[in-house]
Design a protein around this ligand. Sequence first.
Ligand code: NAI
Ligand code: MG
Length: 489
Amino acid sequence: MTKTINPLAFNAAFKYAPAPESKTHIQLKPRYDLFINGKFTAPSSGKHFDSINPANELKIAEIAEANEKDVDMAVKAAKTAYEKVWSKMAPKERGKYLFRIARMIQEQARELAVIESLDGGKPIRESRDIDIPLVAAHFFYYAGWADKLDYAYPNKKPVSLGVAGQIIPWNFPLLMAAWKIAPALACGNTVVLKPAETTSLTALKLAEIIQESGLPEGVVNIVTGFGNTGAAIVNHPGINKIAFTGSTDVGKIIQKSIAGTNKKCTLELGGKAANIIFEDAPIDQAVEGIINGIYFNQGHVCCAGSRLFVQESVYDMVIRILKDRMETLIVGDPMDKNTDIGAINSKNQLDTIRKYIKYGKEDGAEMFQPSCEVPNKGFWCRPTLFMNASQSHRIVQEEIFGPVLAVQTFRTVDEVIEKANNTPFGLSAGVWTDKGSKIFNLTSKLRAGVIWANTYNKFDPTSPFGGYKESGFGREGGLHGLGAYLNFN
Ligand code: NAI
Ligand code: MG
């Protein structure tokens, strides 16, 4: 019998004192321009927009809005840098720049972590311990490949593509920039990157690091703005490859736009991952994995374990432990080191999540939320659990991208495989069991790009990541991530 403590009594007895991370060491300018050809350049429209802190709705800085003309300048700068400098440079020299950038990121890790949490709302513990270390690790990892491409692809003569247009979302702002920029540069390409409109700041700090690193002008260009800035990159004839992470809807628009062109493309889109608990699983550990899988980063994770499948015989126990654990989660100030769940990234995203919570109730699932208080200002959502969900429910079929978990039960292995695969998405999944044979059986039958066994949401620059079906195509990370930025002669 698994013993649990009463979390309400626990919380009352051990209320943590606030432990806010200091903000005094960060340097932010009141206004940021576009990073084109190695220089910060005012946008030709003269327009800037505000980036706010979603935890208190206060303005942090102004961000330039790039239009087609600015994007054209950025692409031309990238093309010139590609032809004249970067593609001609000895690969080991390219590697040195990447190593230098990686080291500078490590040196500025504390500042980057704080800005990531201020601008995006994620708990400082996550940006400090997960995002920023992984950012540096990606640059280190791909720096190592720069002069070893011939070994990665023996007898295949890998060659770079040219200019990569890269468009990224707001859930892992700097990490997504690293996933995109590091392999592209290691393979000898130059880039034009657009961060998401709500979280541009760490990408602009990276631009400062890149400038200071002495990377040749135009190798990395960072243009900020909204969807139309992204579309200008996608449609620019000088772009040779598009790498996009974001919504499935925009992924489809991008595919249509580039149909009939020579542009290569990788898309990393939405997900609706199944997290599956068998009766022989270590239940406490599995519950911790479920919590990490869906409530981590407010559920703003494309591979979030948003559908939970529990074997019927352990259902009551799992739900009891899960609810108890949810009662102990701390929702609030992202800058506090005790915080488990920070702010929802934007008002828009909060509206979407609320819409789905309403759908969940309307469709007949049973809702549970812990009794925690949330701040008045800012965008907040309590961790939410829906029991008795069914396959047809909208909360089971559609991506919510928030801290909302839908639970279903199953009896047999075949039943859970069928249910888990019954989704338009196929990015990731999790399996919890004591039996290696069950893990191998499921990993070969689940249609998902990444499957974790007895763990969840673990990332490493050496392992490839990417989806099936409407979750997109192509892989990022690892050796596979290089292939996306190369042609083979
Ligand atoms: P989005 O797909 O609109 O935004 C992602 C990026 O694409 C941003 O940089 C945005 O400016 C850019 N973009 C928007 N329209 C574009 C266009 N027509 N052409 C080129 N670039 C364009 O995602 P949004 O609206 O921020 O979030 C909506 C939903 O998408 C979320 O609720 C979530 O379900 C999903 N999403 C999935 C992500 C993932 O990691 N797979 C990341 C972010 C959102
Ligand atoms: Mg912001």
